[in-house]
Design a protein around this ligand. Structure first.
Ligand code: SF4
Length: 451
């Protein structure tokens, strides 16, 4: 007999769908079925039961092969790498719980690390923009219940957040949106004809990298001022039409993704998008929200924010928190050779960083904490597999609208496996011991010199 666990949170993307139903084997050890999730969310749950799953740490050997080691050996290696480094980089954090993030930051403080998360290569520019000009935002529930104008800019939720449109933004019937998608107008701004763009009432096919011009043109059009005949590859009539559509709604939202945060203009694009939202509030109610990718990248920014005042790129190497994206961001540090060890958790820079940075990670003493085998684990000196957060261990996660949601444990992890938090706690204790030893040795050496 199997049993069904209901109201389960999906720990894959920033939508954090909370209506999954997971079928679990009688002994509570194996996921046997996943209901309500999209294909990528379902795969995450099913992978926990994969026969080829790695369940013990692996250490890279001289010939590049990997040898299984115990968790004790893994804790010792990770603690020594961090305690002996002058300036280690502790990167990732976006696919683990807030509790684990907080524990990892304790280690970072002790060893003087730079703590950075995946926003550094996705929505970091958004975080800079909202520090510059603030952000008028709302929750996904408000969008479901109120929004009748939906603008997707530089994002493709049909593929990246597959249930976003059906749960919150386009198709559901809400309290004031009883007609579902029939009562909503959808605008997509994207240089490509994506599967999301194919569903739109209006698709503005902006020229690649010209988002700032189009955002500015929309601000001009909203005020009824004159535009040149063509802006960013789009005829002015289409821009006036889109501006009128946005103004005529009761409640609108701009969702934006990496197509605009990482194209020319970066944080200035988002400054302008936020100012467009502000302008639209002269006519109707409008909000703006980033389409966050990893399921707890928002939580990582929040935890870093509570603890150090900055949401990413936090440099603790001088004993206090510094923040200067471009200087204290992971790729800049790696390319300039400013870090001497790398600790990765809950992310895969091996698949997403430029090759020059990946080569640097491969050269340095490195630890990758990840339940899966990834390009990062395959270049790191030590791979530590851990239990899946949201599947085998519960923990707090933040949805893309900054709502904290407690993810659930649905099955037991494989026998003897540690969770991220447990592994980090053990590394923390060992780092404390090593730092005490280093402090005592330094004091003894100083005493000898003085004598
Ligand atoms: S949309 Fe995202 S959170 Fe929802 S089921 Fe799919 S992957 Fe999971």
């Amino acid at each position: 007999m199997t049993k069904l666990v209901t109201d389960v949170i999906c720990p894959f993307c920033g939508t954090l769908c909370d209506d999954l139903e997971i079928e679990v084997s009688d002994d509570g050890k194996k996921v046997t079925g996943v209901y309500n999730a999209c294909a990528i969310g379902a795969e995450k749950f099913l992978h926990s039961a994969a026969a080829d799953r790695v369940t013990r740490p692996r250490m890279q050997q001289a010939d590049g092969s990997y040898k299984e080691v115990s968790y004790d050996e893994a804790v010792e290696y990770a603690a020594r790498v961090l305690a002996n480094a002058k300036k280690p980089l502790m990167y990732g954090w976006s696919s683990t719980s807030c509790e684990a993030q907080s524990k990892g930051h304790e280690i970072a403080e002790l060893v003087g690390a730079v703590v950075d998360n995946t926003a550094t290569v996705c929505h970091g520019s958004t975080l800079i923009a909202l520090q510059d000009v603030g952000i008028p935002s709302c929750t996904l529930g408000e969008i479901k219940n109120r929004a009748d104008r939906i603008l997707f800019w530089g994002c493709n939720p049909a593929h990246a957040h597959p249930r976003h449109m059906s749960r919150y933004s386009i198709f559901p019937r809400g309290f004031f949106t009883g007609k579902g998608h029939k009562g909503r107008k959808m605008i997509v701004v994207d240089p490509r004809v994506t599967d999301t763009a194919k569903l739109a009432d209006v698709h503005l096919q902006v020229e690649q990298g010209r988002d700032y011009e189009l955002l500015s043109a929309l601000r001009v059009a909203i005020r009824g001022n004159k535009l040149p005949d063509v802006v960013a590859g789009i005829r002015k009539e289409r821009i006036y039409e889109a501006a009128d559509l946005l103004k005529s709604g009761r409640f609108g939202i701009i969702f934006f993704g990496m197509g605009v945060t990482q194209s020319l203009g970066k944080n200035h694009n988002i400054d302008e998008a936020i100012m467009l939202t502000k302008d639209l509030n002269d006519y109707t109610k409008f909000s703006i929200m980033a389409m966050r990718g990893h399921y707890n990248v928002t939580g990582s920014g929040e935890v870093l924010g509570w603890q150090y005042g900055y949401p990413f790129c936090v440099d603790l190497s001088r004993g206090f928190a510094r923040y200067n994206p471009g200087e204290t961001s992971s790729n800049d540090l790696l390319v300039r050779g400013e870090v001497d060890a790398v600790f990765v958790i809950g992310s895969d820079p091996g698949a997403h960083f430029p090759i020059s940075s990946v080569r640097k990670i491969a050269e340095l003493p490195s630890v990758a904490v990840d339940p899966h085998i990834t390009p990062t684990t395959e270049i790191s000196k030590l791979h530590v597999p851990v239990a899946f957060v949201g599947v085998e261990v519960a923990g707090c996660c933040y949805r893309m609208d900054n709502v904290p949601i407690e993810s659930r444990k649905v099955v037991e992890p494989p026998e003897g496996m540690l969770t991220d938090e447990e592994f980090l706690e053990r590394v923390l204790q060992r780092v404390k011991e090593l730092k005490a030893e280093q402090g005592a040795a330094a004091a003894a050496a100083k005493g000898k010199v003085t004598a």
